[in-house]
Design a binder for this molecule. Structure first.
Ligand SMILES: [Fe+2]
Ligand SMILES: [Fe+2]
Length: 254
């Protein structure tokens, strides 16, 4: 469903009760999508506040599913503008909402940036939002950011994987069952958004072990399929394929 014709923002239910709100922006040749995911439940979660300038369209889309003031949690994978830029505007619109991020993210950024104190999630911490049980996995530097973490909905086996498997392009289907590694490797060739930390493979293997049925990517399509195989393939490519990449160029953050 297109929720704003001017910006091209669309919202699609990619899994029961999980809505992908996606806006294309012309930040790289061919365009690029910025996604937030709304997880409907007793305590609704917005995973990624999105850019501050996208606040009106993000809130407009949320309003198609529920009143924005019902939001209970607003979180993000790591602290960059596309993850947290609109946080304070949304906190203002949703007085009962609490921000959340990794402990490092809260310590280094969120508790200074946010207008209200944030919840700092420990690695492996679980919390219920009603019918769903969420789990937080701390994934430092994967794909980038000391503070990086990933949210897993254990009930639907949806992995809100942030910038992992970032795919370029403005007109991306909400969900794809075709592998997204080739596209995300193309993106990595264009601008290498990985930190290449020593723990990357171990973290990707840990994520593979979750056997998620959906990868809810922040940029590009959500992927439905064998996420474990795709994560393991990514680990192999990162370990062995760096020489194939062109030199990174400075550009908009992923
Ligand atoms: Fe990022
Ligand atoms: Fe991002």
């Amino acid at each position: 469903m297109i929720t704003n014709r001017e910006t091209g923002t669309r919202m699609d239910e990619v899994e029961a009760g999980i809505y992908r709100i996606s806006t294309p922006l012309d930040v790289i040749p061919g365009g690029f999508t910025f996604n937030s995911y709304l997880i409907a439940d007793d305590e609704p979660v917005l995973f990624h506040a999105g850019y501050r300038k996208l606040f009106p369209t993000t809130v407009e889309a949320i309003g198609k599913v529920m009143p924005v003031e019902k939001l209970r949690w607003i979180g993000g994978s790591h602290f960059e503008s596309d993850e947290f830029g609109a946080l304070n505007e949304i906190l203002k619109a949703a007085p009962g909402a609490t921000p959340f991020a990794s402990e490092v993210g809260v310590l280094t950024s969120i508790n200074d940036f946010a207008s209200r104190p944030a919840r700092a999630l420990k690695d492996s911490e679980e919390f219920s939002i009603g019918s769903r049980r969420m789990k937080w996995l701390y994934t430092p530097h994967v794909p980038h950011g000391w503070d990086c973490g990933i949210l897993f909905d254990q009930s639907s086996k949806t992995l809100f994987c942030g910038d992992l498997f970032t795919q370029p392009g403005a007109d991306m289907p909400p969900v794809t069952e075709s592998e997204v590694l080739t596209a995300s490797e193309g993106m990595r060739g264009m601008m290498d958004y990985y930190a290449h930390a020593t723990s990357t493979s171990a973290i990707l293997e840990r994520l593979a072990g979750l056997n998620a049925s959906m990868l809810a990517c922040q940029h590009g399509s959500a992927y439905r399929g064998d996420s474990a195989a795709l994560l393991r393939e990514l680990a192999t490519v990162i370990e062995t394929g760096n020489s194939k990449l062109s030199a990174p160029t400075p550009a908009a953050s992923a």
